[in-house]
Design a protein around this ligand. Structure first.
Ligand code: ADP
Ligand code: ASP
Ligand code: MG
Length: 404
């Protein structure tokens, strides 16, 4: 008998009919004799609609109240799924994050899960009752409801699977698994059977939204296998687990991309120790994450510094950067929020040269200018004008032989 945690995403619980078919699937798992706990996202795009409602009242709504509001989306689908299960004669009970005492850090909107009490869940599982948990939420030390970042129900599911020592965490979604790139952009993208934690970490970190980054971090840390599969029809899906040293990995596993980038180029800064710190410190003090950073070679005592931030932080960063440039009288800053980043990922890159050369060759052939580059051991990221993103991803997908 296995213990499985299943998570159903927004599209998969987008209507009452879909919730009923999720209930049927959950019932089937139980009929096979396995124990199951379920995590759900909010129905369809209901979280977006709650965000819109809040913004109609206030451009920057209070963070505590925002969490109180957004957490309701998952509570609706958890209660409805528990009802649908009970209507089928399957014992089920829904839980909010607070009821389960999913303890998180303070930070509203981006809280981190610290602990989950499993007492209720274990009692339910023991008695044959299916716990249905509202994803994406928890409670902080003050007893206030928190949320853990958009797309965070994946992380709730993995954290729950770890806490329960489940055999597998299954993420059921609107695609058949993890593809070589977003199948909505590249029609002949191929569904991967297997992927290492490290590769999935890079893909998720670089914008492939099929899995929440922290879900993969949790899974890797606790060695919890994740299977991504279709909520709508039977599929083997993609198994994400520790890398098997005996398996010859493909050089490039997949391509991720991210449109949420904004670029800043600071020209003519003094080539002195501490310059990068002086530019970047006020940005980090404003709680803005800086992604790519490139310092150019110095010339005549001057240097240039380029970096990217999330597009949501563009206006605030622009304000900070403008203030900063007053401290460097001979410098100027140019910014652009119509850029996008694409990243080529694969553990095979460690032992194979030529991946970068092929990338630049392809960009040259497509006449696409590469604005910034950053690399890790198993990834190369480049920043391009957003209008060229799709063409760049398609060309690279073909160039690396990833098509199905
Ligand atoms: P859910 O609501 O189930 O959490 P998401 O919309 O968060 O679903 O994630 C699934 C989506 O991720 C897919 O519809 C697909 O467009 C997108 N996606 C991006 N990159 C990939 C990839 N490499 N493989 C599969 N899906 C991807
Ligand atoms: N409902 C939340 C969101 O839309 C969390 C999730 O779906 O995982 O971001
Ligand atoms: Mg998701």
């Amino acid at each position: 008998m296995a213990l499985i945690v299943q998570k159903y995403g927004g599209t998969s619980v987008g209507s009452l009919t879909l919730i009923q078919s999720v209930a049927a699937q959950v019932a089937r798992v139980r009929e096979c004799g396995d124990k199951i706990a379920v995590v759900v996202s909010a129905m369809g795009d209901s979280t977006d609609r709650l965000v819109d409602l809040a913004r109609e009242l206030a451009p920057e709504p209070d963070a505590r109240e925002m969490d109180a509001l957004l957490a309701t989306g998952e509570q609706v689908s958890a209660a409805l799924l528990a009802m649908a299960l009970r209507a089928r004669g399957v014992a089920a009970r829904s839980y909010t994050g607070a009821q389960l005492r999913v303890q998180t850090s303070e930070a509203h909107g981006k809280a981190r899960i610290q602990a989950i009490e499993t007492e209720h869940l274990r009692a339910d599982l023991q008695s044959g009752c299916v716990p249905v948990v509202a994803g994406f939420q928890g409670v902080n030390a003050r007893g206030d409801t928190t949320t853990i970042g958009r797309g965070g129900s994946d992380t709730t599911a993995v954290a729950l699977a770890v806490a329960l020592q489940a055999d597998e965490c299954q993420i059921l979604t609107d695609v058949d698994g993890v593809f070589t790139t977003d199948p909505r952009m590249v029609r002949d993208a191929r569904c991967l059977q297997r992927l290492s934690f490290e590769e999935m970490l890079e893909l998720a970190g670089q914008g492939s939204r099929v899995l929440h980054l922290r879900a993969v971090e949790f899974a890797k840390k606790y060695n919890m296998p994740i299977r991504v599969l279709s909520a709508f029809h039977p599929s083997a899906g993609t198994l994400i687990c520790a890398e098997e040293p005996t398996v010859e990995a493909p050089i490039v596993a997949g391509i991720a991309f991210n449109r949420d980038e904004a670029e800043f180029n600071c020209f003519g800064l003094p080539d002195l120790p501490g310059t990068a710190y002086r530019v970047l410190k006020p940005i980090s003090d404003a709680n803005i994450d800086v992604d790519m950073i490139v310092v150019s070679a110095a010339r005549g005592g001057k240097t240039d510094l380029s970096f990217t931030v999330h597009r949501d932080d563009y206006v605030q960063t622009k304000r900070i950067a403008a203030g900063l440039m007053q401290a460097f009288p001979e410098s100027n800053v140019v910014s652009n929020d119509r850029v996008a980043k694409l990243s080529v990922v694969g553990v095979g890159m460690r032992s194979h040269a030529g991946v970068a050369a092929q990338l630049f060759e392809t960009m040259a052939r497509e006449a696409i200018n590469v604005r910034l580059v950053s690399t890790s051991e198993i990834k190369i990221s480049v920043l391009v004008e957003e209008i060229h993103l799709e063409r760049a991803v398609r060309a690279l997908h073909a160039a690396y032989g990833l098509s199905g």
